[in-house]
Design a protein around this ligand. Structure first.
Ligand SMILES: [Zn+2]
Length: 200
């Protein structure tokens, strides 16, 4: 409950902008349905502390958030109607396929694997946020305008606002969980292990 309140606080709802709702599913299901591709790197360093480095986030989710005017048509009143349809494409999660430093013990390897799992979950969370924003925006009413050009202009404005919301919600997510380091405070399916490693 506290985490949910924090997310709302971090994302003050504008008038007429209800909070986003997350679709159910495991991380693997999200990856499948969103068609996520993976780009992997090897994180290595001279020591446990240095292997992780100073990057704010050891992974990255790159998501193309697109919109188009769909269903444009002339309606009985003589006005023009259509909907703006948002979609996600080209989703690529970049994350380490290995995290290593010299002389790792079995316990070190376990910790490194746990961190990889936490990074994976945080990045899939970015996809969950994008899905939730897309679904909220796609639930909007049909737009109408006097002319096809005015309809297109209205659709473009709505699309730009939607894109801005997508960027804002993704930023809020990172702010709330400190890029994964406080992943446990996230609400619902977003919650998970923190992307931190305790070096012995
Ligand atoms: Zn992030």
């Amino acid at each position: 409950m506290a985490a949910l309140a924090a997310l709302r606080l971090a994302a003050p709802a504008h008038a007429g902008t209800p909070a986003i709702a997350f679709a159910p599913g495991t991380d693997e299901e999200v990856v499948q349905r969103a068609g996520v591709r993976f780009s992997t790197t090897d994180l290595a360093g001279p020591s446990c502390h240095e292997a992780i480095g100073a990057a704010p986030e050891p992974g990255e989710a790159s998501i193309a958030f697109e919109f188009r005017l769909a269903d444009g048509r002339r309606i009985a009143s003589g006005r023009y109607a259509g909907r703006v349809s948002f979609s996600l494409t080209d989703i690529v999660i970049t994350m380490p396929q290995s995290i290593s430093w010299p002389h790792m013990t079995a316990a070190d390897r376990e910790r490194a694997e746990a961190l990889r799992g936490a990074i994976y979950h945080h990045e899939v969370g970015h996809v969950r946020v994008a899905e939730a924003v897309r679904d909220a925006l796609n639930a909007h009413d049909t737009l109408t305008a006097e002319t096809p050009a005015a309809l297109q202009a209205a659709a473009d404005a709505f699309g730009r606002d939607g894109f801005a919301r997508f960027k804002r919600e993704e930023r809020n997510y990172d702010a709330l969980v400190a890029h994964g380091r406080l992943q446990h405070v996230a609400p619902g399916a977003l919650a998970g292990p923190d992307t931190v490693i305790r070096c012995s």
